[in-house]
Design a protein around this ligand. Structure first.
Ligand code: PMP
Length: 288
């Protein structure tokens, strides 16, 4: 990994040093959060689930009518080049696409703007993240976000406040709750294991369709482990034997405490360990 300040950042077709990379203050991503993003894990210099992330980026752009003239192959090459230049072995690659630069106006002229594209990398322990062995503690908080959480926009203030609140309360993350049902954590999907059933909230506008979530459901199916997708009430979750979270940079993270109450016996459960093993095995087999 290159020393932080020597790292490169991609902005609109060019690679800049971190210090020199910049965008306009009139960028709608800055003024209106009028932008979408993706975060992919990097393991051994390779992007995990690259195609799935690209497909979701295009879906998010389509949902907001952002101009899309991206070629999948070109985009892949840019990300790979950045990972190589930054000598990143394990961590993440962040991509953000904004509607572009315009005079500040709530009304935007679709199709007349040229999107701003920013890509950078960050070093992060993923495979040997201590939290995946130790488990994490979470608290429940009201879900204060806008209603289209299925679109991966950069409107992340509610999640950022919820995460910060959790840390201030001495735990690791917040679980966002709406009308007595659990949606997801500040940046991960949630699964519970109860009476041998593995359940995760069904896809809807209330949650982001996580790439890790869908890969895990597929991998488990291959291993004859069924995962049910349905609404989960807070009460249901409180009686669960095991709980875990999924995300691109956390993979599968066990939850051992919710609102100060132990999950199961308060230790990382056997089923979660098995699911972690299956996920990592499958991901590694997909990487070149
Ligand atoms: N939900 C939310 C709100 C998120 O921000 C994320 C991570 N971006 C996820 C779920 C997990 O999605 P993924 O597995 O694609 O990282």
């Amino acid at each position: 990994m290159l020393e932080t300040n020597s790292q490169k950042v991609y902005v609109n077709g060019q690679f800049f040093s971190k210090k020199e990379a910049s965008i306009s203050v009139f960028d709608r991503g800055f003024l209106f959060s009028d932008s979408v993003y993706e975060v992919s894990a990097v393991i051994g210099g390779d992007l995990v689930d690259w195609q799935e992330h690209f497909a979701r980026l295009i879906r998010s752009m389509d949902k907001l009518n952002l101009v899309n003239n991206f070629q999948e192959e070109d985009f892949y090459k840019i990300q790979k080049k950045l990972i190589k230049e930054n000598e990143l072995n394990e961590g993440l690659c962040y991509v953000q696409v904004t509607r572009g630069v315009a005079e500040r106006d709530f009304n935007f002229a679709t199709n007349s703007l040229s999107p701003t594209v920013v890509i950078f990398t960050q070093e992060k322990l993923i495979l040997s993240n201590p939290a995946s062995k130790k488990g994490i503690k979470i608290i429940t908080v009201p879900d204060d976000r806008w209603r289209r959480r299925d679109i991966k926009t950069t409107q992340l203030l509610a999640q950022s406040l919820a995460k910060t609140y959790a840390i201030q309360k001495g735990v690791d993350d917040s679980l966002l709750v709406q009308d007595g049902f659990i949606n997801e954590c500040s940046s991960s999907n949630v699964f519970i294991i109860k009476e041998k059933n593995i359940i995760t909230p069904n896809l809807s506008n209330d949650i982001l369709g996580g790439i890790t979530r869908s890969s895990l459901i597929k991998f488990c199916k291959k291993n004859n482990i069924e995962i049910k997708e349905q609404k989960i009430s807070v009460d249901d979750m409180m009686g669960a034997q095991e709980v875990f979270l999924t995300s691109s940079t956390g993979f599968v993270l066990p939850v051992i405490d919710i609102d100060g109450r132990q999950v199961g016996n308060g230790l990382v459960g056997d089923k979660v360990k098995e699911i972690q093993r299956i996920y990592i095995e499958q991901i590694k087999s997909k990487l070149s």
